[in-house]
Ligand binder design. Sequence first.
Ligand SMILES: [Zn+2]
Ligand SMILES: [Zn+2]
Length: 276
Amino acid sequence: MSADQLSTTNYQLFSDYHTHPQGHRVQRYTSGLLQPWIDSATKFGLTDIAFTDHDRYHAGVDFDEIDRLRERNPQLRVRAGIELDNDPIHSEAGRKWVEKHWAKLDFVLGSVHFLSRADQMFDSVPAGAEQFEGHDVDAIYADYFRRVREMAATGLVDCLAHLDLVKIHGHRPRSEIGPIVNETLDFIRARDLAIELSTAGWRKPVNELYPGDRIIELAIEKGIPFTIASDAHSQVQLGDSYPRLAQKMAAYGIRRVGIYDKHQRVLRNVCVESVL
Ligand SMILES: [Zn+2]
Ligand SMILES: [Zn+2]
């Protein structure tokens, strides 16, 4: 066994802070909908998960049902969350819902899924790729990260999701990513927000973790904390590719991840010291 393999065996990635129990439609929170997620999380060795359905499905979220779920499953921390989008049609209502329920929410993800077209998420696969065809990719990147800063500036989010989602279909800027994201990372740091390490990118055409290596390096330099997440749309995706994520974290020396209780972040160690 190599030194690298040995070090990753010491990682215990116990949290998943981006999950979608409702999937892609409104489904009222019930024990029948949520308990399978707890059972699956337990099976995969997770002890702290956040439900972060899209804000356009906020009607399905039931805080009392989450409380009952917590009572039935004391072995696992369940965080009430939402993924707040920049959806030009639905997210105004989403922002109001987040404001109204802020005190009940543990964790809010901020996401940019819309560019100039209001009728299509650019990250729909494969259809969203057409938004890039014939356009200046550098300009799209600049526009995307401007929208990320807008989301960070709402004051309604704890963490930015899939920070470089704009790469999803494999379009890359002509120049280095560092100068393109620097301002956005400084903005995130100044507001004391976190970013997520999301394994969802490995399931997409780009086949790369969100965010990419250079952004991870810059985030570490700037002292931006990370959450870890699968963006599961089914309970079987919870903790997806976590062994591979542990390798990446070991390579960068990332030993702590953020967990949230009523928007208060605590950094917890995920690296168990080896006795070998
Ligand atoms: Zn998203
Ligand atoms: Zn999501």
